[in-house]
Design a protein around this ligand. Structure first.
Ligand code: NAX
Length: 326
């Protein structure tokens, strides 16, 4: 058995937190030989519910769960953490547009970025799930400058998983037989699921499915899936979002398979001519907690126009929060 990892989860009593904690404690992220200590953060108003979640975690008697700590102060919750899932934030209400949401949630990530830089372990990796996750990760990265830029991530794995599921359904393949389906850009309906480089059972997706479906129904279904779930369930995706967060950090921890890649919102280093410094989802390979952008992927005019649109949205979000970017 390894020494326990300290894993922070914010918004731990919320819908995604509730689904995620049990997966983490069961060993679904870091493996069956890796014990963890969960360090859960909530607002003071969420602490009572969080105590209930902690009781349920205790009652599950997970062999890998070596501790549960609860806090309403990020400086306590982030003490010594190796892995941090930043989920807690204000959900969008009917009267809010995207800019209102950015303005409402931005300050949370100033405080949490600072608290991580002051308290986390030297090897910390941070995944921002709370929306708008790319721009929230950008704010946290600027506020937590003591942590290297390549450690800050935003989650687009749910978009990747949704895209794989749609392509699997269309082709009759299993989701695990769809590979290299990279998401480019923002976690919003402007993101681009790159079907040109995707594979179905090792063959180019474009050789298996007609392009009109890929450019039309496929892109539309993936982009509007979050809305469809809200309409059906009355609340936003929670278990699938938690599952995607576990997938993202598991891929970072265990590494990508040879010849395969995944998608992560990471700090752009200017690859593919993308503006450096934005938190931008790109295809990456991973090993031992580190990532590298996949080089040499072919992007046709259609892909480039989609990537230009999502880039413009991220630049506009960055302008909206410019006063929070220290
Ligand atoms: P909930 O409202 O169920 O839970 C959020 C929890 O966060 C609440 O318990 C609240 O008390 C807590 N919280 C709020 N501010 C906090 C703070 N400053 N510190 C600590 N805790 C805080 O929302 P849930 O459904 O769990 O969604 C959480 C976030 O994930 C939202 O921002 C949502 O938009 C985002 N999502 C991101 C996705 C992605 O793919 N990146 C997909 C799913 C989801 O929409």
């Amino acid at each position: 058995m390894n020494a326990p990892l300290r894993v922070a989860v914010t918004g731990a009593a919320g819908n995604i937190g509730y689904a995620m904690l049990f997966r983490l404690a069961a060993g679904d992220c870091y493996g069956k030989n890796q014990p963890i200590i969960l360090q859960c953060l909530e607002l003071p108003s969420g602490m009572k519910a969080l105590e209930g979640v902690a009781m349920e975690l205790e009652d599950s008697a997970f062999p890998l769960l070596h501790g549960i700590e609860l806090a309403d102060d990020p400086n306590v919750a982030f003490k010594g953490v190796n892995q941090a899932f930043l989920v807690g934030s204000r959900p969008r209400t009917k009267d809010m547009n995207r800019a209102d949401l950015i303005t409402a949630n931005g300050p949370i990530f100033v405080g949490q970025g600072r608290a991580l830089a002051a308290n986390a372990a030297g090897d910390v990796r941070v995944l921002v799930v709370g929306n708008p996750c790319n721009t929230n990760a950008l704010i946290a990265m600027h506020s937590g400058k003591a942590i290297p830029r390549d450690r800050w991530h935003a989650m687009t794995r749910l978009d990747e998983n949704r895209a794989k599921a749609q392509l699997a359904k269309k082709t009759g393949a299993l989701p695990g037989e769809i590979t290299n389906l990279g998401i480019w850009g923002n976690h919003s309906d402007t993101m681009f699921p790159d079907f040109n480089n995707a594979k179905v059972r090792g063959a180019a997706a474009t050789s298996v499915v007609e392009r009109a479906w890929l450019e039309g129904e496929f892109l539309k279904t993936v982009a509007t899936r979050g809305k469809a779930i809200i309409e059906a369930r009355g609340v936003s995706s929670a278990a699938s979002a938690a599952s995607a967060a576990v997938d993202h950090m598991a891929t970072l921890w265990h590494g990508t398979a040879p010849g395969e890649f995944s998608s992560m919102g990471v700090c752009s280093n200017g690859a593919y001519g993308l503006p450096a410094g934005l938190i931008f989802s790109v295809p990456v390979t991973t090993a031992a907690g580190n990532w590298e952008v996949v080089e040499g992927l072919a992007l046709d005019d259609f892909a480039r126009s989609k990537i230009a649109a999502t880039t413009a949205e991220l630049e506009s979000e960055r302008n909206t929060v410019s006063d929070l970017l220290a």
